[in-house]
Design a protein around this ligand. Sequence first.
Ligand code: HEM
Length: 489
Amino acid sequence: VTLKNYIIQNLPPTVKHILPFFGNTIEYGIDPVKFLQKCQKEYGDTFTFLMLGRMMTFTLGPDGNHFLFNVKLKDATAEGAYETLTVPVFGKEVVYDVPNSLFMEQKKFVKDALSTAAFKSYLPIITYEVKDYLGSVFENLQAGQETEIETFQTMSELTIRTAAHCLMGKEIRDGLRVGSVTKLYHDLDAGFRPINVFFKWLPLPAYFARDKANLEMTNLFKTIMKKRKAENDTETLDVLNGLMRAEYKDGSKPSDDAIAHLMIALLLGGQHTSSTTSSWILFELARRPDVVADLLKEQSMVLTGKPDTPPHLLPDLDYESLRKLTLMDCVMKESLRIHTPIHTIMRFVENDVEYKGLIIPKGHFVCAAPQVSHLTESKFPEPYKFDPLRHLGSDEGSGEWTINGVDIAQKSARSLFLPFGAGRHRCIGEQFAFVQNKTIVSLFIREYVHKLPVDKKTGQTWFPEPDYTSLITIPKVPRNLLVKKRAEA
Ligand code: HEM
């Protein structure tokens, strides 16, 4: 048997398709979860399908997750899969533009900057931003009056204001206030096209705006760094200051360009993931007033030692209290389980790699599907039921760097709950995402009562479907909620 024949005989099963080149693109594109679940039933956990001329091999199930998240760098890489998508948006010298070992050091810089002291300093900032923005949105809302919000837009605004202020620094936050940074952000974001994973050089007009925005944003960060160096500000605990102090193992420092590009990567990496999370939490809570009542009771117990302090009399949240909001943690995890922001995770196969006796050849994309894992019935009975308490006592996705002294990134990826990934590419924004979203939702439910709108045609309440067409799963329009001020009992 020649090597070529051996490979051919041991390829994963290929999903049936009719169209050459396009293969199963449309089915996967419209509803990847349904499509992958169907394939899993028919072919088992490992199968390949054709998408825009590329072979996509999925390795589902706990073993598949373990394989993908711990695959050796010589066999498959994230940069091979994401480079064409991300480098033009983030810029050079960082993330998938550099050897993995260097990016790992860059991730460590960010982790170090996100210290407990930093998180403590973020709570008042997030609280201020949430109250300020929601106050302005509902400024003219009279007691008892109801209004409709575009949920995802509202949460996106809260996400960018809070993340910019905490992580990027007050200068970028001020730039959002006057609008100069807003346009740059939108141009960068619009340059993010899933199609870029496969086709690098499509001459889309959005790319010119993207490249211009990258240059301008980089220059903006460089100007800020220059000013900060002159002022020698060591008090501010945003990530920018952390990166300015960072040093690689060889003693060299990241260049100003690299720091600026890393900041852009963080700004974009954390935006839709977080704003879709708070949106879905609000949608799920809209049909569970019992859970909202329990969340308010929890805030009351943690902050005042009594279960029934009226919400408008609750003191501000600090970092220690926020950490004690266990039910709120469970609510966020349950929302991430059912509405997983990153439904597919990809690596590019650099060398033929063996998995369970099958050969996944060089040139394939090998993928995990956390959203499919999260809906596995044997692990999560009644998988579509929103049941926050199923996460009680579980340390998976708890927003901590270490659990019992073990680095979470090193923990086995043989799990079926991986909203933040696993292994060397695991999310470093998880803890911030928990702090940010728990605070946003906690403050929102204190002041407002919200519910799902009624669809005029059917007379039924309207819960949005997931939109899988962009890289991050967001609620499909219409995605409105009805909101009124909570009566002060
Ligand atoms: C990596 C999810 C928020 C920055 C990841 C990965 C996932 C993920 C699944 C692994 C990707 C892979 O293996 O290919 C999420 C979710 C979030 C969130 C669900 C919010 C609820 C954030 C925030 C930031 C951030 C707020 C920045 C402050 C990053 C970075 C990586 C990462 C830098 C590392 C990428 C790599 O090593 O290749 N995230 N993320 N994320 N995330 Fe997040």
